[in-house]
Design a protein around this ligand. Structure first.
Ligand code: HEC
Ligand code: HEC
Ligand code: HEC
Ligand code: HEC
Ligand code: HEC
Length: 343
């Protein structure tokens, strides 16, 4: 009989847990901090079976990024969209739902399972090329798709920036030691720390002003656009209800779902546009146009129906269900994204 493999962070904690040793465990283990806010914060240390109770009942593909048991075979195939599905465990066999040290590091050599500072992260933080097809929006996290065509990846920004350059601000403890005081294991984008000339990330060589204001201003534009879109979404949803049963209804419904997809694309990316300002704006513009068209089209269809003075033809129940489905699925994840503090 095979003994169970320990994938927990406890494996590394004895040596990498103390304050004198960079406090990597403490940085990583945000979940154990008394101030951790289950609703508002995402973290690698948060067990996904608790954060997202639907995950243990889901298929193997979720396990690939939502557990350390799944991360190990997933990262053994470093291609970004290759989940290595045949080697993935069933959800029932998962022993570690947190993304622990051994998800990213080989416990024997401590080397990273994938050396490249984009590929390692993008193996999980990708949207699997999901496209707007008019069906209800499902879970997808397109950080990689946003980033990969951005100025940071394509040579427009003066230096190429990887995921870890921005998400792992590393500051050494100081003279006489090369152990970082801030080893970057919260994985948060920390604009204050990144602006510190003592970090190893090198941003302050060019960004003399605090990165927080540069980033904050850009995020505010996207936040404002998102707010405006929520109003358009509400209008379109109401107009759509009045057109239920008309001939135009199914097509209008598809357009509505497509609009929600483009909004979710920007929200689920999680950076409020920073990963790719141009792409984020373009998604939101498309969403706005679609929603306006739905509102106009639905009103016209409802008016035409009334003119014809026919008894309303039968509603299309499948479609009605589809809309509420999109709403529910969206809400589960987005509620977390929207209540993130400090935006
Ligand atoms: C028995 C104590 C001990 C345990 C347990 C331990 N480490 Fe280490 N680790 C060390 C020491 C000591 C170093 C070297 C420190 C230095 O170079 O300043 C180190 C260095 C490292 C490095 C840096 C390697 C390099 O080339 O710079 C990584 C990464 C690492 N450990 C990850 C892990 C992970 C992941 C685990 C758990 C699977 C783990 N360690 C468990 C003691 C330990
Ligand atoms: C999500 C992936 C990921 C997880 C989870 C993770 N690490 Fe790391 N770790 C990295 C990456 C990437 C680097 C290299 C950062 C760099 O130098 O750019 C690194 C670097 C390190 C280093 C070397 C830092 C130095 O001294 O230069 C140590 C030690 C380490 N990790 C230990 C741990 C321990 C212990 C845990 C669990 C508490 C852990 N890591 C969890 C990705 C991860
Ligand atoms: C094995 C899959 C996996 C890998 C590899 C991975 N992540 Fe994650 N990451 C997750 C999951 C799952 C969550 C969300 C946890 C939750 O629901 O609370 C997450 C959350 C995050 C968050 C938000 C919360 C936080 O901890 O700050 C950031 C930022 C993040 N990851 C960045 C990275 C970066 C950068 C890398 C590469 C060094 C990386 N991730 C590698 C699975 C992964
Ligand atoms: C130019 C710097 C930069 C680069 C490069 C970058 N990010 Fe980000 N990322 C950010 C910022 C800024 C945020 C928003 C953080 C905030 O507002 O708290 C963010 C947010 C995120 C989030 C959501 C975090 C949360 O708490 O919800 C994830 C996940 C993430 N990034 C993953 C990645 C991955 C994966 C890559 C590489 C493919 C990457 N990032 C590259 C700056 C960057
Ligand atoms: C070699 C110089 C240089 C370095 C190093 C550098 N940047 Fe930049 N960065 C620039 C310039 C120039 C711009 C464009 C001017 C502007 O938009 O304000 C820019 C723009 C940006 C933007 C805004 C991009 C947008 O969408 O408009 C962000 C965010 C950013 N940098 C983050 C970082 C981070 C984080 C680091 C360190 C990990 C970094 N930069 C390192 C020169 C640099």
């Amino acid at each position: 009989m095979q003994s169970e493999v320990d994938l927990s962070a406890g494996l590394c904690e004895n040596c990498h847990g103390g304050a004198s040793h960079g406090a990597i465990i403490k940085e990583w283990d945000e979940y154990s901090s008394p101030s951790f806010d289950m609703q508002a914060t995402l973290s690698h240390s948060e067990p996904t079976d608790i954060a997202e109770p639907s995950v243990p009942d889901s298929g193997k593909s979720c396990v690939s990024c939502k557990s350390t048991d799944g991360a190990v075979p997933n990262l053994a195939a470093p291609e970004i969209y290759d989940l290595n599905e045949a080697a993935l465990p069933e959800p029932a066999a998962v022993t570690e739902w947190r993304i622990t040290c051994t998800a990213c590091h080989n416990p024997h050599t401590t080397a990273l399972r994938v050396e490249d500072g984009v590929q390692l992260c993008a193996n999980c933080h990708n949207g699997r090329e999901t496209e707007a097809d008019g069906a209800p929006t499902e879970y997808f996290y397109p950080s990689w798709e946003m980033y990969s065509s951005s100025d940071f990846a394509t040579g427009v920004h003066p230096v190429e920036l990887t995921c870890t350059d921005c998400h792992m601000a590393q500051k050494p403890a100081g003279a006489g030691t090369n152990r970082p005081a801030s080893p970057g294991h919260t994985f948060n984008f920390d604009p204050v720390l990144l602006s510190d000339p003592e970090t190893e990330n090198g941003c302050s060589a060019c960004h003399e002003e605090n990165l927080a204001s540069l980033v904050g201003e850009r995020q505010e534009n996207i936040s404002d656009e998102l707010k405006a879109l929520r109003q358009l979404e509400e209008n379109a949803g109401k107009a759509l209800e009045t057109a239920n049963g008309t001939e135009a209804y199914p097509e209008l419904g598809k357009a509505y779902n497509k609009a929600l997809f483009h909004i979710a694309y920007v929200e689920n990316d999680g950076s409020l546009g920073i990963h790719n300002m141009e792409q984020a704006s373009s998604h939101l513009e498309t969403a706005g146009t679609l929603l306006e068209n739905v509102t106009e089209g639905a009103r016209a269809a409802a008016a035409a129906e009334e003119l014809a003075e026919e008894p309303a033809s039968e509603a299309v129940p499948g479609f009605q269900a589809a809309i509420s489905f999109a709403g529910v699925i969206g809400a589960l994840y987005l509620r977390k994204m929207k209540t993130r503090p400090g935006k």
